[in-house]
Design a protein around this ligand. Structure first.
Ligand code: NAD
Length: 487
């Protein structure tokens, strides 16, 4: 453990109170390799208590007006924003991400998630049709579903958790949330602000622990009719199986193997810095990160030369240093897994242009045992290779050449995933054509990660089921009823 520092010990948050757990899991600081925090190892008993609290809170919360709920969400956003620096420091330490990323992306977005749904909930309308010949009007009515089970991953901890909590409670549900056991600290910190925000007890309950114990207890609980999950495709399959006997409403936001398609008329001065970010931001640990770069043959050599030169400039090191671009990966196991992909590519005859195994990594004295790796670019690799087919979820990207539009669309679609794609071209007709043909829930052209939260977010194929966004989340977190009145 971190020798002189006292261990941080988290507690579950149930019915408005922090409650200790009978057993705990060690949580590591990825940039030092030290255990620095203990996370409750919750199971059925703790989930049961949290679901009971959420059920008890449901009648009062679900009957509040949109305006009342909106005011509480806005207040919570203000409180998180007030403590932005403390949240950012905690997220960076817990996850390994750079302090700059936590300050500018994770925590501001968590604040915005609450503000966005606080506002959007005020503006929904329902449908109405008239059937004059029958003397009838039909209209739809939407009501909250009940206790929502929310399960989130470790890569963007508070950002993705609040992207679920905010719409769930804005729609009048009460929630039991289970963050990743590897990154629970900022969720726990947020619980400390709920009372001050005016959140009634039991509306938001937080149960910490592993997926196998706490997560599965939530998925299998008969009084949780809805599960919103973000994580891996493998876990989603298990959740689907386990929830099937209960016919639960499921939203599944899963992995990706996202292509960037760069045509020879692309503006490389924009494309190269953005593709660097899309490949390596947050250590490549974003579901939307690019990991297959298709470059049209005419500009392939130039692109590769410039892209590799820029990649080498990315500084890897202590995440709390604001000049660092790449922090630590989440865990020792994950680092080994990411490295093993590079090894496999090399064994298959691919060329490692920079990074892992090619360049040397110099780390500060205090970070020698941290889980660091250099951003890595792989070339001369076949589309069938596991590095071109499987989600690596680290700072590794592959770059290959293509000749025609027809060919690249086929190759980009030739994976089991369909989450996000990026297209670079100055030909307007072509970007529309290609975007339409890509099997991908999101297509960015000449940019990356520009989001309007009003619009649907989510993947096709093995990247997920369902969409999230103003309207989509509203539909998911409510039940709709069609009512017919004859006059
Ligand atoms: P993971 O599937 O291992 O875990 C995600 C969450 O599920 C964690 O809280 C975990 O404890 C829980 N869990 C694990 N097993 C469970 C079970 N049997 N029942 C219930 N819950 C269980 O994923 P991860 O490694 O934390 O996150 C990385 C993955 O998430 C990547 O595949 C990434 O692409 C994906 N992701 C997708 C999106 C998106 O919006 N599409 C966003 C971020 C991350």
């Amino acid at each position: 453990m971190a020798h002189s520092e006292a261990l941080l010990v988290l507690e579950n948050f149930i019915a408005g109170r922090f409650v200790p757990c009978s057993s705990y899991i060690d949580s590591y600081n990825p940039s030092t390799g030290d255990v620095y925090c203990r996370v409750p190892d919750s199971g059925k008993e703790e989930v049961e208590a949290a679901v009971r609290a959420a059920k008890n809170a449901f009648p009062i919360w679900s009957s509040k007006s949109p305006l009342e709920k909106s005011q509480i969400l806005n207040k919570l956003a203000d409180l998180i924003e007030h403590d932005l620096e403390a949240f950012a420091q905690a997220e960076s330490k817990d996850q390994g991400k750079t302090i700059t990323f936590a300050r500018t992306v994770d925590i501001p977005r968590a604040v915005y998630n609450f503000r966005f749904f606080a506002s959007s909930i005020l503006h929904h309308t329902t449908e109405c049709t008239e059937m004059a010949s029958m003397g009838c009007v039909h209209y739809t009515s939407r009501t909250p579903v009940g206790v929502a089970g929310l399960i989130s991953p470790w890569n963007l901890p508070l950002y993705l958790l609040t992207w679920k909590i905010a719409p769930a409670i804005a729609c009048g549900n009460t929630v039991v949330a289970k963050p990743s056991e590897m990154t629970s600290v900022t969720a726990w910190m947020m619980c400390k602000l709920l009372e001050k925000a005016g959140m009634p007890h039991g509306v938001v309950n937080m149960v910490f622990g592993t997926g196998a114990k706490a997560g599965e207890a939530l998925v299998c609980h008969p009084d949780v009719p809805l599960i919103s999950f973000t994580g891996s495709t493998l876990t989603a399959q298990r959740i689907t199986e386990k929830s099937a006997p209960h016919c639960k409403k499921l939203s599944l936001e899963l992995g990706g193997k996202n292509p960037a398609i760069i045509f020879d008329d692309a503006d490389l001065s924009q494309c190269i810095p953005t593709t660097l970010r899309s490949s390596f931001a947050n250590q490549g640990e974003i579901c939307l990160c690019t990991s297959r770069i298709f470059v049209q043959r005419g500009i392939y050599s130039e692109f590769v030369k410039r892209f590799v030169a820029e990649t080498k400039k990315w500084k890897v090191g202590n995440p709390s240093d604001p000049t660092v671009d790449v922090g630590a990966l989440i865990s020792k196991e994950h680092l080994e897994k990411v490295r093993s992909y590079v090894k496999k590519a090399k064994a298959e005859g691919a060329k490692i242009l920079c990074g892992e195994g090619v360049d040397s990594l110099a780390l500060p004295a205090g970070n020698q045992k941290g889980y660091f790796m250099l951003p890595t670019v792989i070339a001369e690799i076949k589309d069938e290779s596991c590095c071109m087919q499987e989600e690596i979820f680290g700072p590794v990207t592959c770059v290959v050449a293509f000749d025609t539009e027809e060919e690249v669309v086929k190759r980009a679609n030739g994976v089991k995933y369909g989450l996000a794609a990026t297209v670079w071209s100055s030909n307007v007709g072509r970007v529309h054509r290609v975007a339409r043909r890509l099997q991908s829930g999101l297509v960015w052209t000449n940019c990356w990660l520009v989001r309007d939260l009003n619009l649907p977010f989510g993947g096709m194929k093995a990247s997920g089921i369902g969409r999230e966004g103003a309207k989509d989340s509203y539909e998911f977190f409510t039940e709709v009823k069609t009512i017919t009145i004859k006059h």
